[in-house]
Each structure stands twice: as structure tokens, then as C-alpha cells.
Design a protein around this ligand. Structure first.
Ligand SMILES: [Zn+2]
Ligand SMILES: [Zn+2]
Length: 391
């Protein structure tokens, strides 16, 4: 099948996809609790005659075809703790949980891709492993758990592809690039302890608010003076809490934030610097500090050869003009774990309705991606798999 023929097939499946997507959208489940979603995926695969099994409690893995080579296709299936505010008639029925990252569409596109691939099973010339992965949104990331449980073995997966919807581009667009695509997100937690005193007698205490203020500014210096300016990285303090009145210096301030990077070596160096500098700086102010750095996912680095293959597929599916370079972002994505083990590539499917110049971002309670993008994403998955196996 040519790329165009795959797209024609995928378009025929649109009504079915819409139904599946809306079923999943209205029944979202949080990371690692995707029990009903898991059952639903199994039902759909069973209807297609595709053997499958549960992995990692709430994930599903299945294979199509036979042979020595094996290629993985991955979709994440979890939702977010967000109160949906789209007003859609198929909005979330689970109060406080929403598919606000498009994983409902990712799952649907992989089910549709499975249907097309199953129909050409005898001519695949290899094995396609479908991975419906739980817990993308929550540390340690479902990908790392599935890998530990052997998802990349038996049969051994030689290469893997994944995709994400992208509100930043309109429907009909595919964006991707090789090399760094998404950052490594680390969570930062600080507790600064001083000595409480009357605000009019600061000399009798140690002020954790002043120490916290200095620390926040110092972090910005770390980012500019301990990083090659060519290298990408960002540190944002996103929460500051301490004190509750005008005339008392409190004894404690809590900070939270995030560090994002592409370069693993610099990332490790920063963890050390943040820790050491925090202790030293707080000491200057007579305060103590607890630093907790929760290491997030690795950066997503796209394999060059696989990306070239995918770019060629995209050009045949959406045309040369609609295949564009993805500007790397500092979002995190646990697809990165697969890339640490085997060649991997990850692309973005534009979902902004054609008539809109702007739409709500990922993780926004009003996110309503265009379903018209689904046949394109499906075709991208199918062609990635068949063209990889064709070599
Ligand atoms: Zn997300
Ligand atoms: Zn996502």
C-alpha cells in the first residue's frame, strides 16, 4: 500500500474513530488507574482479531504479523486531574478528570492503525508491536515501568515510533525533527527554615523570606553563568509559600519549581549546584534548607534515520508544504525512555481547527482538538511501521 492509499483507508475509518475517541474522551482515567480504558482497548483489539495482553496492570500490548524484524508503535492512554470546561456533548463523565493532553486521540489512532495493519498482515514482512501505555503523565512514567516488564522484548523491538497531538499547528500539518525534541523535566522542592521573630525586631531571628528571595534570584544566575549560552535550559520557581500576616517573620518558607534541560551532563551538574548553592546561601542568612530534586523523564532525542523515514512518509501523506520542522520544546514526555533503549522517533500532529488562529494549549481545561487530524495520525503510524519493515 502506498502512503496515499493508507490515508484513503484511514479516512474510511473516520466515523469509527470518532465513536472510539468520544467513548474514551467521556470516560477518562488518571495515570496508572486506566482499568476501564484498558478493558475498552482489549475489546476493540479482540473485535479485530488481534491477540493482546495486559501489561503493567493497565497497559495493553499486542502484535500483528510474523518475522524477524519488529517495530513498535506506542500510544499513551491516561488522562489528567483537570475539570473539563469544553462544553462538548461527549465531555468527561468522571468529574475532575479530563483527556486534556489528547491521549484519547493517540489511543484511537493506534486502534485504527491496528485495523489497517491487520488487514495487510500477510504482506508486512515483520512484526508490529502495539503498545498502549499507561501513566505518561505521572512519575516514574508508564514507559519506564513497561520497559522493566519487558515490553521491548519477546519479540525484541528494533525501533519504535510515537506521536502527540499539537495545538500549535493546524489540522493537516505534521511537524518533526531529528535530535532533541523535548526536555528532561525535574521537579524541585525546597523547605527553608529560619527563626521566627517579631517583624519589628528582625535582629532576634533569621528571616527565611529574605533567604528565599535571594535564592530565587541566585537560581537565575546559575542559569546564565553555569551554562553554555548555546545550550538550552530553564529553571522556573512556580510556588512560594511562607508567613500569614504583616508583623511576624515566619520560621519557614516552601518553594517549588522545575528544571528543564536537554543535556544530561549539564543536568547532573545543575542538580549538584542547586543543592550545594542552596545550602551555602541559606547559611549566609542563618537559615537551613532541605532540597529535594525529583528526577523526571530523560530528554526525547529523535533518531536521525527513523526521522528521515518519517519525514518522507509525512510528505507523501500531507504534502511537502504541510510537513514542517518542529521547534524543540521543554515539555516532558516519557516516550524518552524507549529512545534510551532503542532507536525511536516522535512527531507532532497538528490539531488546531482550520478556522482558528489560536486554540487552548495542552493541559488546558478547554482543549478541544480537531478530530479531522485522526486519519492523518493513523496514516503516520501505519506508514512508519510498514516502511520501516520494508527497510
Ligand atoms: Zn500531557
Ligand atoms: Zn501527552
Amino acid at each position: 500500500m502506498t502512503e496515499k492509499e493508507v490515508l484513503e483507508q484511514a479516512k474510511k475509518l473516520f466515523p469509527k474513530m470518532q465513536k472510539i475517541r468520544r467513548d474514551i474522551h467521556s470516560n477518562p482515567e488518571l495515570s496508572f488507574k486506566e482499568f476501564e480504558t484498558c478493558k475498552y482497548i482489549q475489546e476493540k483489539l479482540n473485535e479485530l482479531g488481534i491477540e493482546n495482553q495486559v501489561i503493567g496492570n493497565t497497559g495493553v500490548v499486542a502484535t500483528i504479523g510474523n518475522g524477524d524484524k519488529c517495530v513498535g508503535l506506542r500510544a499513551d492512554i491516561d488522562a489528567l486531574p483537570i475539570i473539563e470546561d469544553t462544553g462538548l456533548d461527549f465531555a468527561s463523565k468522571n468529574e475532575g478528570v479530563m483527556h486534556a493532553c489528547g491521549h484519547d486521540m493517540h489511543t484511537t489512532m493506534l486502534i485504527a492503525a491496528a485495523e489497517i495493519l491487520k488487514s495487510m498482515e500477510d504482506s508486512l514482512g515483520g512484526i508490529i508491536k502495539l503498545i498502549f501505555q499507561p501513566g505518561e503523565e505521572k512519575l516514574p512514567g508508564g514507559a519506564s515501568i513497561l520497559i522493566k516488564e519487558g515490553v521491548l522484548e519477546n519479540p525484541k523491538v528494533n525501533a519504535i515510533f510515537g506521536q502527540h497531538i499539537y495545538p500549535g499547528e493546524s489540522e493537516g500539518m505534521i511537524s518533526l525533527n531529528s535530535g532533541p525534541v523535548m526536555g528532561a523535566p525535574d521537579e524541585l522542592y525546597f523547605t527553608i527554615r529560619g527563626t521566627s521573630t517579631h517583624a519589628a525586631q528582625p535582629q532576634l531571628g533569621h528571616d527565611p523570606i529574605v533567604a528565599a528571595s535571594q535564592l530565587i534570584i541566585h537560581f537565575q544566575t546559575l542559569m546564565t553563568k553555569y551554562k553554555d549560552p548555546i545550550e538550552a535550559g530553564v529553571l522556573s520557581i512556580t510556588s512560594i509559600n511562607g508567613g500569614n500576616t504583616t508583623n511576624v517573620i515566619p520560621d519557614e518558607v516552601k518553594l517549588m519549581g522545575t528544571l528543564r534541560s536537554f543535556n544530561e551532563e549539564w543536568r547532573t551538574q545543575m542538580h549538584k549546584l542547586i543543592e550545594e548553592n542552596s545550602v551555602a546561601l541559606c547559611k549566609l542568612y542563618g537559615c537551613e534548607i532541605d532540597v529535594e530534586i525529583k528526577k523526571g523523564y530523560p530528554p526525547v532525542i529523535n533518531d536521525e534515520a527513523l526521522t528521515e523515514l518519517t519525514i518522507s512518509n509525512a510528505k507523501n501523506i500531507v504534502g511537502e508544504d504541510n510537513t514542517i520542522v518542529f521547534e524543540p520544546k521543554m515539555w516532558g514526555e516519557d516516550f524518552a525512555f524507549y529512545g534510551k533503549n532503542i532507536p525511536a522517533t516522535f512527531w507532532f500532529v497538528g490539531v488546531r481547527p482550520k478556522n482558528l488562529k489560536k486554540m487552548p494549549a495542552l493541559h488546558n481545561s478547554k482543549l478541544s482538538p480537531s478530530e479531522n487530524a485522526m486519519p492523518i495520525g493513523t496514516s503516520m503510524l501505519v506508514t512508519a511501521a510498514i516502511n520501516y519493515l520494508r527497510g
